[in-house]
Design a protein around this ligand. Structure first.
Ligand code: SAM
Ligand code: SF4
Length: 350
């Protein structure tokens, strides 16, 4: 009864109190299906049937941070490190464009080797020489000046997941950084006119349902244009190696509630979701997601971008991956998104 009331309110008002979010996150059995159906209906109503494909180029796995959950952390001495040259990045983007991927995400560890002007130059060339429709950057915490320079160079969106709204947990899992600093950067990105992407990791050791409810409320408060919601996957060469992975069902519930409360946000069916279950991406698309980010990092580099082990689609040819993703989209009676796939808020649409 409580569940149905909270669900009806979420579906109609797209607004819930902390307590009501908790009720939805505790859904079991048929309630989980009802939650998924509601999220799917909201997705269809506000964003239609298009699934946007964004090619992700993971251009460096060097990282000066030491996040406890991540395989790229600087203390992982077993990882073979690489950096793509500007030429290699442009070539990867050209290949992605040739395969029909109109937008690109540039992601890396926090690697000061790529100074702001160097990245700005790459971004300009991606837009002018390759004709990339929209560029998303995801290179972590940098200065206001750096973000300003990249925005001027033509970056459209920035992905900086808040990871967890639990400030103590955040500080423990990301030594030397604070939630407050991360949120300040999300505010800067907003001021600079980026489409802002945040998101969390579901199933982090020490996380509770309360923390997850706070994550969802935070994303709503930030009014994000995008949110990456994926399960925690333990990496053997990190301090969290022995911790259990995030659960599929809980991740889907967090995704669905996020869709209900952020009806216009772009929500990817994350690679991490596709990694913990072979049908993970399909289920994500049925629980409110409307974006997929296929990996277009050239081999052999992509094997070394080991955030977590067993990444979905790692050993497939890019062409094969795209065919199976398109088949997945068609099998759900959805369409592949065309054009840059900007946030409907930005387009001045709904
Ligand atoms: N360095 C940038 C940053 O941290 O924002 C971008 C790259 S980082 C590898 C991208 C995302 O990977 C992070 O936002 C985090 O949510 C995710 N991630 C890292 N380790 C993970 C793990 N073990 N399981 C699931 N997601 C993980
Ligand atoms: Fe570096 Fe990002 Fe991994 Fe943290 S999550 S270690 S900042 S790549």
């Amino acid at each position: 009864h409580e569940f149905m009331e909270a669900l009806a309110k979420a579906r109609e008002a797209h607004s819930l109190e902390h307590q009501e979010i908790l009720i939805l996150l505790q859904a079991r059995g048929e309630e989980v299906d009802a939650l998924g159906r509601a999220a799917d209906a909201v997705r269809a109503k506000y964003l239609g049937d298009e699934v946007h494909l964004r090619g992700i180029i993971e251009f460096s796995n060097y990282c000066c941070r030491n996040c406890l959950y991540c395989g790229l952390r600087r203390d992982n001495r077993k990882l073979r490190r690489y950096r793509l040259t500007p030429g290699e990045i442009l070539a990867a983007a050209r290949k992605a464009a040739g395969l029909g991927l109109p937008t690109i995400v540039l992601q890396s560890g926090e690697d000061p080797h790529y100074t702001a002007p160097v990245l700005a130059d790459i971004i300009r060339r991606l837009k002018e020489e390759v004709g990339v429709g929209a560029v998303t950057l995801s290179v972590g915490e940098r200065s206001f000046e750096d973000y300003r320079l990249w925005r001027e160079a033509g970056v459209d969106r920035y992905l900086l997941k808040h990871e967890t709204a639990g400030a103590t947990l955040f500080a423990r899992l990301r030594p030397g950084t604070t939630l407050q600093d991360r949120l300040l950067r999300l505010k800067w990105l907003r001021e600079l006119g980026y489409q802002v992407g945040s998101g969390n990791i579901v199933g982090l050791p020490g996380q509770t349902l309360e923390t997850l409810a706070a994550d969802i409320l935070l994303m709503r408060e930030l009014d994000v244009e995008m949110a990456g919601i994926g399960p925690f996957i333990p990496h053997p060469q990190t301090p969290l190696a022995k911790e259990p992975p995030g659960e599929l069902e809980l991740t889907l519930k967090v995704l669905a509630v996020s869709r209900l409360l952020l009806p216009r946000a772009h929500l990817p069916a994350t690679t991490a979701l596709g990694t913990i279950h072979p049908q993970g991406r399909r289920m994500g698309l049925c629980f409110g997601a409307n974006v997929i980010m296929p990996d277009v990092t050239p081999p052999p580099y992509r094997y070394y971008y080991q955030i977590y082990p067993g990444k979905a689609g790692l050993h497939e040819e890019m062409e094969t991956t795209l065919v199976s993703l398109k088949n997945l989209i068609f099998s759900l009676n959805r369409r592949v998104g065309s054009g840059p796939g900007h946030s409907p808020k930005i387009q001045g649409g709904m």
